[in-house]
Design a protein around this ligand. Structure first.
Ligand code: ATP
Ligand code: MG
Length: 183
């Protein structure tokens, strides 16, 4: 599975809709300071459900919406779509391409979609669990994360290994059923 396409519209510095077509293997994004490279990484984190404003390098969630410039007025919403190539069927869905979309309005409400069908964030989280692509996974290694992994306490490191080994989903399901039993 690999990230095939990324579409960004009204997210952070991207006022107009942009589409990035990525290829299997290594893709590098280069550009001057402040040109939006890290914003692309933030867009990937955000669309798969990141809720932490701090991780997204803002002070409130609304900061992810294009704030306007001298020449352009602010956007009313931010929208990011990523398309995963699933021809290897790593995600157990009978589709070669799986798209995930998040749209957020200034009211703070987020809508999520899988293949253009509205869904809950939970559906996205569960779909990506154990693929390494989840937001707690190891697919996005931010600045300082390597140090984190190396110096992490053993229980923190364990989470990363569990995701890589593919058992996070089962732990999650166990916790969910235990919660239901308690109710
Ligand atoms: P560096 O090489 O220094 O790491 P970078 O290419 O990673 O730079 P980013 O951090 O992705 O740069 O982009 C920063 C730019 O994004 C800043 O100019 C900032 O003003 C702009 N930006 C961030 N949020 C918004 C927003 N909501 N609306 C408009 N512009 C924004
Ligand atoms: Mg940067």
């Amino acid at each position: 599975m690999y990230l095939k396409e990324l579409e960004i519209n009204g997210f952070k510095s991207f006022s107009d809709r942009i589409q990035l077509n990525l290829t299997k293997g290594i893709n590098a994004i280069v550009g001057p300071n402040g040109s939006g490279k890290s914003n692309i990484a933030d867009a990937i984190r955000w669309v798969i459900g990141e809720q932490s404003v701090k991780i997204l390098r803002g002070s409130k969630m609304e900061d992810v919406i294009f704030a306007g410039s001298d020449r352009k007025k602010a956007s009313g919403f931010a929208e990011v779509t990523l398309v995963l190539d699933n021809s290897c069927r790593e995600i157990d869905m009978d589709f070669n391409d799986i798209s995930i979309t998040r749209r957020m309005y200034r009211s703070g409400e987020s809508e999520y979609y899988i293949n253009k069908t509205q869904c809950r964030l939970k559906d996205i989280v569960e779909m990506l669990m154990d693929t390494g692509m989840g937001k707690e996974g190891y697919s996005i290694i931010g600045q300082g994360r390597i140090d984190d992994i190396l110096s992490n306490r053993s229980d923190g490191r364990r989470i990363i290994f569990e995701e890589a080994a593919g058992i996070t989903k089962y732990k999650h399901r166990k916790a969910e059923s235990e919660k239901k039993l308690e109710q």
